[in-house]
Structures are given as C-alpha cells and as structure tokens.
Design a binder for this molecule. Structure first.
Ligand code: ADP
Ligand code: MG
Length: 697
C-alpha cells in the first residue's frame, strides 16, 4: 500500500525534485534566489524551465500556465500547451526560461479599479520562485505575481510579497539591537483554519440562491439547529469522511500540509486546518485548498459552501488566520523566552503587535470586509466588528506591572524581577482560551479570527505585516544609537503599554456591554459594515503608512478601494435580483397553488356538507393570502430600489444605498417569505428547506 509519505508533494516541483533534476550550479543559483531574493539570470531560468518541463511531462502534463491571484478573489490561469511543431511534421515539447519567468495575459478583463484607465490594458505575470510550481490536472502551474505594464500590482500576491519584505527589513533592525547578528531573515508564518459547509448537490441545484449567490436568501428555521451542540467535534458521517479522505489525498499530493479535520458547531459544518507555513505559501495553498475542496465535493455528489453565512440562524464560517514571526534561525519572535533578556525581546515584539493593532484597527477591519462577512461579524458567533486583543490574564498582569513600575505578583510559579533595568521572566500563559476575541494571543502566535471563509487571506496578512513593519520601524528609529539600551527599551515598552492598552480586552467580546465600553470609554472603532470599513483606507495616516513602506502606491490603494466597493455592490445586487426572481417565479406560485387547493377543499367540503364552517382552511387561506400580498409588495419595493440603484453612478454612493436601504428591504422580504414557508404544506414548497439542506448529508 502506498503511504502518505510516498505521494506527499508528488505533484510539486519542490526542493527534492530541484536538487535531483537541476545541475548543481543551477540549483545553487536558484536556491539563492529563493532564500535571499537574488535575481535570476537567463541561463539559470532556461535550465530550470527545461527541468520543469521534463518533470511535468513525465507526470502527464501537456500544458503550462502562470497561476495568479487577480483582485477577483479567485485564482486565474490561462493554459498554453508545451507543443511546438517539429520539421518532420510532429511536435516537440517546448518551454523556455522566458516563458517561465514572464507571461503576458491580457489584463483588460480583470478588475483594475481605474488603474487600467491610466495605464495600458496589457499586464504581465512574473514568476514567484519562493512558491513551488505544481501540477493540476494536465497543467503545470507556475505561481506568479500579476502587474500592469507600468508595474502597478493588479493582484493580491505582489503587495503581500512587498509587505513581507518591509516587515523583514524592520524586524531585522530591531533584532540587531538585541545582538542577533546571525539572523538573515524574518518571515511571517501563517496557518489558516478553514471552515466550510457540505451539502447534497442535488438539493443545492434546486436552489437558485445557492447556485447564484452561494448562500441561502430564504429559509424558515428548522425545528432543530445547532442548539444541542451535538455536531461540534462529533463523529464524522461516512459520506463526509470519504470526502475528507479524498480531499486530504489531493492536498497532500500538492504538498499542502492538511493536518486537522473536524465537525464544526453548525450541522453540516466542518473545518480543515493545515500546518502553518510562510505567509505567501500559506496564501497560495489556501487558494488551492478552497478550489480543491469544491472540486472534490462534486465528485462525492456534494457541494462545498465557502460563503461566510450560508444559513441564517446557525453559525457562519470563517477563517482563523494564525500569524507569527519566525527567523531563519528558527526562533518564533512571539514565543516567550528563557532568560529575562530574551523576554525583553519577546515583550518588545508583543508590544509592537499591540501598538500595530491599535493604530491600524481600521486597516485590519477593512482587510476582512466583504458583503458576506458583514453577516457574520458581530452576530454572536464570530468576533464583533470592534477590534481588540486578547492577551490573557497573566501576560496582561505583566504589562500592568511594567506600566506602573510595581512588582508583579502573578501566579506562584512565576519568577519575576522587575527593576528599571531588568524585564520580567515569566512562564507561558496558562489562562483559558478566549474564543470571542478578534485577535487572540495563543501562547506563541496571534489568531486573527475575523477573516471570512471565502476570502483570500492575502489582504489580512498584508495589513498585519504592514502595521507591524511600521511599528517596528518606529521602535528601531527610537532605539538605534541610544547609549543605555536597557533603559531606553524599558521606557519604550512602558510608554507603548500606556498608550495602547485600550486595545487589550480579555473579556467576552460577544457581550453588548463590551461594544459600549469599547466605543464609548475606550474610543475604539466600530466599523460595522463594509462601506464604513473600506472608506478608512483612504485616510491620510493609512495612505502614508502603506506608501512609505512601498506596499501599495496611492493609485493601487484607490484601485483596491473601488474594486472592493464594486464587489460589495455587485454581490448584494445579485442577491437582491435573485430574491425577486425566486419570489415571483417560485415562492408566490407555490403559495398560490396551495391557496388554490385549500380553496378547492373548502368548496368541496361545503358542497358535501352545506353550512360547514371550514374554519381551519379559511383561517389559513386568510393568513396566507395576506402574506402573499405582503410578499408581492416587498418584492416590488426591493425591485424598485434595485432599479434605482443601477442609476447611481458613484460606487461609494451606491454602497451606502445598499447598506441603508437594499439590505433592509431584503431582510423584510425574507421575513414574510419565511413565515409563508412555515405554514405552507411541504409538497408545495418549491425548493429544499433548511431541514433538508442542513441534515441531508
Ligand atoms: P488552536 O490553537 O486553534 O487550537 P492549533 O494549535 O492546532 O489550534 O493551531 C491552529 C493553526 O495554527 C494551525 O494551522 C497551526 O499550524 C497554526 N500554527 C501553530 N503554530 C503557529 C505559529 N507559530 N505561527 C503560525 N501559525 C501557527
Ligand atoms: Mg483556532
């Protein structure tokens, strides 16, 4: 029997393959490019391309593609075959270094948010050698960055790579101050836990809302939901187990470290977590994972729903973005150290994260802002829209002690010497997990829990890296060249705690009282909706930070703002239109059919027994008939608003109309439809109900 280690990474042109297939000088040169970002000469590129082609053809590939992540949120590929005619009438398989390094897809059909108006339509893709090439189907996929001809990033990967570079530079400066001369590189590590729903494909196909929008827009609450807590970590059903097995095999072949799988809180909800990797690889892998999850589901007669809130009334899905910083020497900078000196370094990085999150709450919030995620955040199942940090009682007490220059009297096992020059030594936090915090310290990493399940993790990590880089830059500027490093460090940590402790909150984030305290007492931001959040990216402090670190140009920021808003508008518009369509073509006809039969029954019964009251039928007819009128009115009202919306030229204005009017009307329409569903006989209802969908696998 083949074991996992036999086929793990078998479809990846990874280090093992490179070492085996490349001439040693080429391998060494490529390694330098991968590890140190050295540029690649054409001789090396040609040799790599040849080896890659031979390997891919051996594995059944006929085509190659530059695989990239445009601002649509999904990945894009355009396949070219390797074939070239040979003089004898046959073909040879060709692939050059130039084709490996650079591609030229037409950029005009991808969103560019205005960048295209000022620049050429042509775009180019550039190989990212730090992310291994892989085979999908019959195609060799080469991970690439996607830019306009003038160098504007048209994708999510380029700014992510830039943010990693900025973070590396500033973190190295800080590490030098602590005497870490051997560290060459600091990289963000990310482990995204992915939640999803699995439902039956035949049922899915009967629901236009699922097919068009990926989430249900109607659905009365079934008698049973998640209230018994019997799904979370429960035994996995055979059909789901077969799916997970198949999925794991596919992911492992692609070198994706799929590790943990379990049932989640809601019925039909599950989670998959990989082992963490460097941020750009984790991002590539998460995009691939989402794609393969859906592909494999189809083979099993299932559909994998990645929408943030596919069902009202039960939990939605998110993605926990576990994030830490690691040196090439193997040190996790968020791991408390052994000596007070190491702990001073840890505390400085921790404080940098606290300051970064406080100063750039808005950027973190907007990095996860989508129409879908707005339904999830703050709904008592996911963190609120207010950003705060959970540090745990022990670490918070240490920070308090430093801030107030008082001795720390934590748990007994804690050894603590606190003087002006000596920072405390303490043991790892032992407090319980806080699952309600948007940004929780979990011992040696931060878990950013606001990311939506269908979203790319690129944006969240760009903003995390950027905010952290900016803060470390400020710290390094202040500490470099001081005569008494320890005092300066102590003062800096103390001041940082004082200035930013408002962002630390260890209590229940789902509590309404917290939102009140956060906004009224602490002055934290509560950006409830996507349009509210997105607007903040244009604020001066944010534009200055992102451009000075060279993560985005001003034009790139504006383009992303427009694309995200447009996306929000389009998504909700499609949902609104789908609702109107389902109401007029399915729901109302179904209700009418039932009403017709009920009325027929009344007529038949009174004909049989003249004077019969027929109270039950008549009550139901009145109630349902009134609901049908209300449904019809609500649908017309929504429809009119959507028509009006189309005429609004400015995307920001349109987004506000959606936020304030359209979503409200959609909610009103849903209420009356769900009420009608709950009193209509099953056989009349035109599509599978929540009960069917949630308990149908
Ligand atoms: P949890 O802490 O949520 O109970 P795990 O400890 O298993 O679960 O980790 C969840 C995710 O965090 C996994 O994807 C894991 O690989 C990732 N992770 C663990 N350590 C780190 C780290 N130092 N940096 C980034 N991600 C990490
Ligand atoms: Mg977790």
């Amino acid at each position: 029997m083949r074991t996992v280690s036999d086929y793990f990474g078998s479809l990846v042109f990874d280090d093992r393959v490179m070492r085996a297939k490349l001439p040693s000088d080429v391998y060494a040169s490529l390694k330098r490019t991968i590890d140190e970002g050295a540029s690649l000469d054409t001789h090396v590129a040609d040799a790599v391309a040849t080896a890659m082609r031979d390997w891919a053809v051996e594995h059944g590939a006929t085509h190659f593609t530059h695989w990239f992540q445009p601002l649509t949120g999904v990945t894009a590929e355009k396949h070219d075959s390797f074939i070239a005619p040979s003089p004898d009438g046959g073909v040879i398989m060709e692939f050059s270094g130039k084709e490996l390094i650079q591609g030229e897809p037409d950029a005009s059909s991808f969103p560019s948010g205005g960048l295209r108006a000022t620049f050429e339509a042509r775009g180019y893709t550039a190989w990212d050698p730090t992310s291994y090439a892989f085979i999908k189907g019959h195609t060799l996929c080469i991970p690439t960055a996607f830019c306009s001809y003038s160098g504007e990033a048209l994708d999510k990967k380029t700014p992510l790579l830039r943010s990693m570079q900025a973070l590396n530079k500033q973190a190295l400066r800080v590490l030098k101050l602590f005497g870490n001369e051997d560290v060459k590189c600091v990289r963000p590590c990310v482990g995204p836990e992915q939640e999803y729903f699995l439902i039956d494909k035949a049922m899915y196909e009967k629901r236009k809302d699922l097919v068009f929008c990926g989430r249900t827009l109607f659905g009365a609450k079934p008698p049973k939901g998640q209230e018994l807590d019997d799904h979370y970590f429960g035994a996995i059903k055979p059909r789901v187990e077969a799916y997970m097995e198949d999925l794991n095999t596919e992911l492992w072949k692609l070198g994706i470290l799929a590790k943990t799988e379990h049932n989640e809180v809601a019925p039909s909800q599950h989670e998959l977590a990989p082992i963490f990797s460097v941020a750009n690889i984790a991002t590539d892998h998460n995009q691939l994972t989402m794609e393969i999850m859906q592909k494999v589901a189809s083979r099993h007669g299932l559909v994998c729903l990645l929408a943030e809130k596919p069902f009202a009334g039960v939990n939605g899905s998110g993605k926990h973005n576990n994030w830490s910083l690691a040196t090439d020497t193997g040190v996790n900078l968020f791991k408390p150290g052994e000596t007070p000196y190491e702990n001073a370094q840890f505390l400085l990085f921790l404080c940098a994260a606290v300051q970064a999150v406080d100063n750039y709450q808005d950027l973190l919030r907007l990095s996860v802002a989508t129409a879908g995620n707005d339904h999830r955040l703050g709904a008592n199942e996911a963190p609120p829209a207010v950003i705060s940090i959970f540090l745990g009682d022990e670490l918070t007490a240490v920070l308090d002690a430093i801030e107030t220059d008082t001795p720390y009297s934590g748990t007994e096992k804690t050894v603590l010497k606190l003087g002006v020059h000596v920072l405390p030594k303490f043991t790892r936090d032992t407090t319980d997990r806080n699952r309600t915090s948007p940004f929780a310290f979990t011992g040696n990493k931060f878990e950013f829990r606001m990311v939506g399940s269908s979203d790319s993790i690129a944006c969240a990590n760009i903003m995390l890296n950027a905010a952290m880089a900016e803060t470390l830059k400020e710290f390094a500027d202040r500490l470099e060249g001081v005569s008494d490093f320890e005092s300066a460090l102590h003062d800096l940590i103390k001041e940082t705690i004082k200035a930013h402790k408002r962002i630390i909150f260890n209590g229940n984030g789902y509590d309404d009282a917290w939102i009140k305290e956060a906004t009224e007492k602490r002055g934290l931001l509560n950006l409830r909706t996507t349009p509210d959040a997105l607007a903040t990216v244009l604020e001066k402090k944010n534009v200055e930070m992102l451009t000075s670190l060279k993560i985005f140009s001003e034009a790139e920021i504006r383009s992303r703002y427009e694309i995200c808003l447009e996306n929000y508008c389009k998504t909700v518009n499609i949902e609104g239109l789908t609702m109107v369509d389902m109401v007029r073509k399915e729901i109302l006809p179904a209700v009418e059919a039932y009403l017709g039969d009920l009325s027929g029954t009344v007529a038949a019964k009174t004909a049989a027994v003249p004077g019969l009251a027929c109270k039950y039928e008549k009550d139901l007819i009145s109630k349902l008939s009134k609901l049908a009128d209300e449904i019809s009115d609500a649908a017309s009202s929504l429809d009119t608003t959507l028509i009006r919306l189309k005429a609004i030229p400015d995307v920001t204005d349109a987004a506000y109309v959606i936020r304030d009017v359209v979503l409200q009307k959609m909610a009103e329409l849903r209420v009356v439809c769900d009420e009608a569903e709950s009193i209509t006989a099953d056989k009349y209802w035109p599509f599978p109900t929540y009960g069917d969908l949630l308990f149908g696998v």
